[in-house]
Design a protein around this ligand. Structure first.
Ligand code: PMP
Length: 448
């Protein structure tokens, strides 16, 4: 359908254009190759399109400006870390104030009470804890689940992503659980620690949990890290029923799916998890995450929390729940990611989806675009039912080209996704700009 030779020559042209547009980033990238491994401060920054990463100068609202002065419509929003929009003045003010009055003391600040109450109100789970990142929060809830059930394994969906949690970097190879492709130096033997089940397959879940060795199912209510894969009608109710019947704790990771509304899918779809994890966007860009639990789980955990050796319990982080993070969460959740914010952002994502779907339909391509709340993503296959089907349709060459084409035209997509996230700071003109750029890319690819 897509002539590969044309794709490669178009891509080469875009690579040239990228280098021309970014002389200052090129210089910084060259300098960074000295002190920084692979020339970046953290590994996945090498995965951005172009010969080197664009170095950022500033970001505000839905805009990002690089060190060469090029401005972008930011549809990446820090892969959800800035789902509120960047550099919100009301959050910045609170952060600056807190920076002047002490950031980290290992003591709670009064904001902790507000934050706990607000998270309880949004997600319907009564009791909360803070963490530094969603990865940390996931690690902690897995530990609690094993402690509470006395069972050794955690279950996840095939092709899930929950951060750098060792046991979750696992996929199915036939019936076998194996390390996810790309997982460096596996820290644990996932064949021993992890049960992996396909998404949208209740029978497989039932069969696996019936073995009796699984402590918890850690899941996204819709997969968002291998395109967007939505749950089929009745599936999530089935998951709740099966997990409960087998005494398996249900943990909903809402780190990305908070795009569905102020209380994530848990509130939007009336889910009834034992534990919920949130992260990324809740502190307006300051590192912070949280996890909530049912009254039953909280009741069983509160005893151990008072133990003499709780400081070495494996749930920690010296800077976690620091006063800056708590102030930032409060400033963010009191002014962002509310019903009225989603009422602006979701229609933008709908418009994006319609625009992209229109281009796909116009050319009769076997692709699709999926949406969940203010998040949308296109993928180069018909809508898949599970993660493995989505993974099988990954087209790295095509994705790399589209990302670079968009970036060269001032539209930033999320790396290793074809994801666009909308904040209340985006405009319909931003959406239409992407649609136009995307339409031009597809036409070029088809030689039109
Ligand atoms: N959970 C989900 C669903 C995620 O997508 C991610 C990161 N993409 C994480 C957890 C981990 O978040 P962090 O990298 O901020 O720890």
């Amino acid at each position: 359908m897509i002539a590969r030779a044309r794709l490669q020559s178009l891509h080469a042209e875009e690579e040239r254009r990228f280098v021309e547009l970014h002389p200052r980033s090129a210089t910084l990238a060259e300098q960074a190759r000295g002190p920084l491994l692979a020339g970046v401060p953290m590994p996945w920054m090498t995965r951005w399109p172009g010969a080197f990463p664009v170095f950022v100068e500033s970001a505000s609202g839905a805009r990002l400006v690089d060190v060469d002065g090029v401005e972008y419509v930011d549809l990446c929003l820090g892969d959800t870390g800035a789902m509120t929009g960047h550099a919100l003045p009301q959050v910045a003010e609170v952060i600056a104030e807190r920076a002047r009055t002490g950031i980290t003391t290992m003591l709670p600040s009064a904001d902790a009470v507000w934050v706990g109450e607000e998270l309880a109100r949004r997600f319907g789970l009564p009791t909360w804890q803070l963490a530094m990142s969603a990865t940390d929060a996931n690690r902690f809830v897995l530990r609690f689940a094993r402690y509470l059930t006395g069972r050794p394994r955690v279950a996840v969906f095939d092709w899930c992503y929950h951060g750098t949690v060792d046991e979750t970097l696992a996929v199915l190879d036939g019936d076998r659980v194996v390390p996810r492709p790309g997982a460096l130096g596996p820290q644990v033997d996932v064949a021993v620690t992890t049960a992996v089940v396909p998404f949208n397959d209740l029978d497989a879940l039932e069969r696996r949990l019936a073995e009796g060795d699984v402590a918890c199912l850690l899941m996204e209510p819709a997969l968002t890290n291998i395109g967007i894969v939505l749950p089929e009608e009745g599936y999530l109710a089935g998951v709740r029923e099966v997990t409960r019947r087998h005494g398996v704790l249900l943990i909903v990771d809402e780190t990305h799916t908070m795009c569905a509304g102020p209380g994530g899918c848990t509130a939007a779809w009336g889910l009834d998890p034992d534990l919920v994890v949130v992260g990324k966007a809740i502190a307006g860009g300051v590192p912070a995450a949280a996890y909530g639990m049912s009254a039953e789980v909280a009741g069983r955990l509160s005893g151990p929390m008072l133990g003499h050796e709780i400081d070495v319990a494996g749930v920690g982080g010296t800077l976690t729940a620091n006063a800056l993070a708590l102030a930032a969460v409060r400033a963010t959740l009191s002014t962002c990611l509310r019903e009225e914010d989603f009422a602006v952002a979701v229609p933008l994502a709908e418009r994006f989806t319609e625009g992209v779907a229109g281009v796909i339909a116009e050319h009769g391509l076997p692709w699709h675009v999926q949406r969940l709340g203010c998040r949308a993503e296109y993928w180069f296959c018909p809508p898949p039912r599970d993660g493995a089907a989505a993974a099988a349709a990954v087209d790295e060459e095509l994705e790399a080209f589209l990302h670079l084409w968009c970036l060269n035209r001032g539209v930033l997509l999320t790396p290793f996704h074809n994801m666009a996230l909308f904040s209340p700071h985006h405009t319909t003109a931003d959406v239409d700009r992407h649609t136009q750029v995307y339409a031009e890319a597809v036409a070029a690819l088809l030689g039109q």
